[in-house]
Design a protein around this ligand. Structure first.
Ligand SMILES: Nc1ncnc2c1ncn2[C@@H]1O[C@H](COP(=O)(O)OP(=O)(O)OP(=O)(O)O)[C@@H](O)[C@H]1O
Length: 307
């Protein structure tokens, strides 16, 4: 488990992380979401003991990273895919790390296979594509078979096949009971990979919980209606509290928010309105995220205006 408690990181007057608290539990892939500069990498670096917090704590299984006796066996991280000594082969790179941590060559071969690099193990890492470097980074992180794994933007630079591969691997690692924290700004990808999310902006927590719940609370679903009587029905919907706009598909189509499809259907039945289509489009994680960051910005503007 990862615990972040009232974590702050200031660079001069800039607050990269500003009172952040959240927990990442085992058995789930937890998405760490936020716009550019939100503080995701800084938080991950503090969890991994690479940056010291200005105040607050970040612990892995109850201990700050610096107090973990054999870190490679407790927590693995892929923070910089390119942080590899280019002159060595993938196998030798892993073997060096393994040997200095008392891990045998068998585990090196295992992780190479696990990340799909066994075929290129003797090639110099220097010539690796970004996707291969990501895989090698993961192999390093998994060398000690740690129960906790952190990945910073792991799908960056991957092709669709690579993205699917990493999604499947991360989910499998979580199903094995590991704690998996994955940062990303790709919402649609995270919606497919992460069953939990932690959403931050400007170093502060915006939302935390199961992905489905965040989507349901963060954004409104939209109902599409197609009817030959759309123009006559529109004022009825507005009177019932809906926001109605043209559906963009001719005058017969309306886009409705603020009323459920069930309620729209009931109103149509009462008024003998003929319906050719009535569909609900579920909001995406992207829309929920935009709604969350928008309300955060609105709050900040209101705060600034009040002071
Ligand atoms: N070493 C540093 N010195 C000064 N400012 C820094 C340093 N590291 C990060 N920052 C600032 O802290 C803020 C948070 O950056 P961070 O890289 O953690 O965000 P992020 O959410 O990971 O963004 P991205 O997705 O763009 O990587 C940014 O405003 C960044 O400019």
């Amino acid at each position: 488990m990862i615990s972040v408690r009232d974590l702050h990181k200031h660079y001069g007057t800039a607050r990269a992380v500003d009172g952040l608290s959240f927990e990442v539990r085992p058995g789930h892939v937890t998405g760490f979401l936020g716009p550019n500069g939100a503080g995701k990498s800084t938080t991950m670096r503090m969890i991994m003991g690479l940056d010291a917090p200005s105040s607050g704590t970040a612990t892995v299984n109850g201990r700050p990273y610096r107090d973990i006796h054999r870190p490679m066996f407790e927590v693995g991280a892929v923070l910089e895919a390119r942080a590899v000594h280019g002159g060595r082969s993938a196998f030798n790179h892993l073997l060096c790390l393994a040997q200095s941590n008392g891990i045998g060559p068998r585990r090196v071969r295992e992780v190479l296979e696990l990340v799909g690099l066994d075929g290129v193990a003797r090639r110099r890492a220097q010539g690796f594509s970004l996707g291969m470097a990501q895989r090698l980074g993961l192999a390093v992180a998994l060398l000690g078979d740690p129960p906790v794994l952190l990945c910073d933007e792991p799908v960056n630079g991957l092709d669709p096949e690579g993205i699917l591969w990493i999604r499947t691997l991360l989910r499998r690692l979580a199903e094995e009971g590991r704690t998996v924290l994955v940062s990303s700004h790709l919402m649609s990808e995270m919606a497919l990979t992460a069953d939990h999310v932690v959403v931050i902006a400007q170093g502060r927590l915006l939302a935390e919980g199961p992905t489905a719940q965040i989507i349901a609370h963060g954004a409104v679903s939209e109902v599409t209606l197609r009817s030959p009587q759309a123009a006559a029905f529109s004022p009825v919907l507005q009177l019932a509290g809906a926001d109605v706009s043209p559906g963009g598909d001719g005058p017969e189509t309306l886009r409705i928010t603020g009323l459920s499809a069930v309620r729209v259907g009931e109103l149509a039945a009462q008024r003998h309105i003929t319906l050719h289509e009535l569909t609900t489009r579920a909001p995406s994680l992207e829309e929920a995220f935009m709604a969350l960051t928008r309300s955060h910005l609105d709050f900040q503007i209101a705060e600034a205006n009040a002071s």
